[in-house]
Design a protein around this ligand. Structure first.
Ligand code: ATP
Length: 325
């Protein structure tokens, strides 16, 4: 290997820049050259490349988003699109790839490296923490901390006005942000995609809490992929049957994706970026790098794409109930 191409793809996540920095500097340290590919697979199709030096990644470890930009690219899903990408990559002298992104990014990488002789290493980057092969993905810790900050602020209003707040957080398939931020933010109840919660059950829970004199600061966290159709629907259904409260809804939305990465995400990003280059140097291909416990591990890309990992611990689900008394 002489030249690595690095790109970010899918949704941006805090820590992607720290990861780009680690890939670039590890590669340069190992006497390899690095090309930055802008806008993920779209940049491969457009030949939108830049030479990366150690200075191109100065002063970015603390930045959210991604300096290489990201994009969704439908053309890469076609064989013809990937053929065009290959031509551009070959002409730029790129002979290995590091792909930072989510499930879709890994799927594209798997196809590409099977069709063409280009080794690829995937690095899990998404705030949802919904990828198989790593306990944590880049951006998840930062996003959870952002949500906690928001919950704390909303709690001030909830307590002052004696309102019941339904806060919707990101997570279409994964309740990781909802569960962890909910526990850390002292939520009354947490609605998750992984677990059906009947509205009647929620109402019983809220009215019991009310009976215990808790109505002054009730926060319910709703993951966007919850089974009742999101925070507005949950609030509406609760209100229909339980009119005691003044209810409000807050959808946190995209603010959860931004911001300076936490120390956890910066260290994770640095370790995985470093590991990805080392794996390429060992001659490995079509794998992801991740962490299990405190160890860096690898997983075949195919396995990472085709498996789902349940990351909610039963003890955490139980403690939501216990700590809400
Ligand atoms: P996030 O978790 O934030 O959604 P992601 O990596 O899953 O991140 P996607 O938009 O699903 O985000 O995928 C990123 C890009 O990967 C797509 O825009 C497309 O270019 C490529 N891709 C996705 N699925 C495939 C596929 N089946 N074949 C080829 N390329 C794909």
């Amino acid at each position: 290997i002489k030249r690595i191409g690095v790109f970010t793809s899918g949704g941006d996540a805090p820590g992607m820049n720290a990861c780009i920095r680690a890939v670039v500097r590890t590669a340069l340290y190992e006497k390899l050259s690095v090309t930055g590919i802008y806008q993920g697979y779209q940049g491969m199709l457009d030949g939108n490349f830049t030479e990366m030096t150690s200075r191109s990644v100065s002063n970015i470890i603390q930045l959210g988003g991604t300096i290489l930009k990201t994009a969704r690219c439908l053309e890469f899903k076609t064989k013809e699109g990937r053929a065009k990408a290959y031509e551009n990559i070959k002409s730029a002298g790129i002979d290995a790839l590091v792909a930072i992104g989510g499930d879709g990014t890994f799927t594209g990488a798997e196809y590409f490296s099977r069709e063409y002789d280009i080794p690829v290493i995937g690095i899990p980057g998404t705030i949802d923490n919904d990828l198989y092969g790593s306990d944590f993905t880049l951006g998840y810790d930062t996003a959870t901390n952002t949500v906690i900050e928001a919950i704390d602020k909303i709690r001030d209003t909830a307590a002052s006005h004696e309102r019941l707040f339904f806060i919707e957080v990101m997570g279409r398939d994964s309740g990781c942000i909802a569960l962890n931020a909910g526990i850390a933010g002292g939520a009354e109840a947490i609605l998750l995609p992984e677990k059906e919660t009947a509205i009647d059950e929620l109402i019983d829970h809220l009215s019991a809490a009310d009976g215990r004199g808790k109505k002054s600061s009730s926060i319910v966290i709703v993951a966007e992929g919850d089974h009742n159709g999101g925070a507005y629907n949950v609030a509406k259904k609760v209100k229909e049957k339980f009119d005691y409260y003044d209810t409000k809804v807050s959808i946190l939305g995209h603010l959860q994706r931004g911001g300076s990465p936490s120390s956890f995400d910066r260290v994770l990003a640095s370790r995985l970026g470093f590991a990805a280059v080392k794996e390429l140097l060992k001659g490995n291909n079509r794998i992801t790098v991740g962490v299990r416990g405190n160890e860096v591990v690898t997983t075949p890309l195919e396995e990472a794409i085709n498996n789902k990992e349940y990351k909610l611990s039963p003890d955490m689900l139980e403690l939501v109930q216990v700590l809400a008394i």
